[in-house]
Write a protein that binds this ligand. Structure first.
Ligand code: GLA
Length: 380
């Protein structure tokens, strides 16, 4: 208890705040100083714990999931999320590892879109396109954070105000993202946002998973099911062509679980544009707002699996094709080509310019609210 008090006092909590935490909160939630950024700002790390001994570390910087510590079929724990030991690396070296992405996850063609006949320009940061919210996206901001325990779950609430014109987007938006971790090993992420001017929004989380452990090499033997009969083919800059294409008979068919490596090297224009899988699947949905199973990934080696559930219309499945061994991650690990995969629940890329895609516009008076659940388990 005394150790915990010291930890949270050094993290900037007042004695009153600490005394207000009940025992349940103390067991399920820990907060520490993760470190300093080069400009002197402090980054905090929260540990969300559950009763079965699993834990998830999340930063107030970018809402970044820094680690996910879960047991395998032999009861051995490993960390299945790629990341860094030093907070500054998340600003300078990171391809969005673990981060919350906003205002617009994925690409907007040529960094331009029009709302109510006004054209907006965004900074271009991925060839000729804007990727993941621009140069200083939500992944690079320190969010306001507050920890608690609600309904026997550790809960971390993160909030951020992004001003009108931030990275070129219209409207001041107010965003709240909540992470909750329960005793069934479900991490629920709820995204809320409101605006004072019509804008576009598409929020996601960009965790790089390797179910065998962040330092375990290739993910090509992981088996993936994506609950989607269609996907959005892309051009050579990874902007959707606008077509909603059937996956049947193509390497994009994950309707029945298959190893990632089975079709990834097929000579196929879509795979060569993405250097592997880096596409948006159109999720099969019973109706617009229900939370359905979107994808399952299973590692035969450790028996670990992840189920992803969401109310979003799409999911970007990315197989770490741009990892090239040049970044030094946690505990000195160099992350190589296809050492991780991402499952980014989202609206379709470039929706602001594709009027046949579900809308990403958010108007004053409306509330953007979406939920994604990552469930971690072991098949025995
Ligand atoms: C997303 C994109 C990829 C890549 C990664 C980050 O998944 O679709 O093309 O940019 O983010 O490296």
């Amino acid at each position: 208890m005394i150790k915990f008090l010291l930890i949270i006092l050094t993290a900037g909590f007042s004695l009153q705040q600490i005394l207000a935490m009940n025992n349940e909160e103390i067991e399920r939630m820990e907060v520490k100083r993760f470190g300093l950024l080069d400009d002197g700002r402090t980054v905090k790390v929260y540990t969300l714990k559950n009763k079965i001994g699993n834990s998830i570390e999340i930063l107030d910087l970018g809402g970044i999931i820094k680690s996910i510590n879960v047991a395998d079929h032999n009861g051995e724990f490993s960390d299945i999320a790629l990341g860094f030991n030093n907070p500054q690396q998340y600003l300078t070296d990171s391809p969005y590892m673990g981060a919350l992405i906003g205002r617009y996850a994925n690409r907007i063609a040529k960094g331009k879109f029009t709302i109510d006949e006004v054209e907006y320009s965004l900074p271009v940061n991925n060839f000729e396109n804007t990727l993941h919210g621009g140069i200083i996206g939500f992944d690079k901001r320190i969010w306001e954070s507050s920890a608690s325990t609600v309904d026997n779950e550790a809960q971390l609430e993160l909030s951020l105000i992004s001003k009108d014109g931030d990275q070129g987007y219209p409207g001041t938006i107010s965003t709240i993202v909540t992470y909750r971790f329960d005793d069934q090993n479900k991490l629920t992420i709820t995204y809320l946002a409101t605006t004072d001017k019509t804008t576009v929004i598409n929020l996601t989380n960009h965790t790089y998973f390797n179910l065998d452990g962040h330092n375990s090499g290739s993910i090509l033997d992981h088996e993936v099911m994506i609950n989607a009969s269609h996907y959005t083919p892309v051009d050579n800059t990874l902007i959707p062509t606008g077509e909603i294409a059937a996956v049947k008979g193509t390497p994009m068919d994950f309707q029945t679980s298959k190893p990632i490596g089975r079709d990834i090297s097929i000579d196929d224009p879509q795979l060569s544009f993405g250097l592997g899988f880096d596409h948006n699947w159109v999720l099969n949905k019973s109706d617009e707002n229900t939370i359905n199973l979107a994808a399952t990934v299973y590692s035969p080696k450790t028996g670990k699996f992840i189920n992803v559930y969401t109310d979003q219309p799409g999911i970007q499945f990315y197989t770490g094709n741009f990892l090239d061994g040049s970044i030094k991650g946690k505990n000195g690990t160099f992350y190589n080509h296809r050492n991780a995969f991402c499952l980014e629940t989202q609206h379709f890329p470039n929706s602001p310019n594709q009027h046949n895609f579900p809308t990403t516009e958010l108007r004053p008076g409306e509330q953007y609210k979406t939920t994604t659940i990552f469930e971690f388990g072991i098949k025995k």
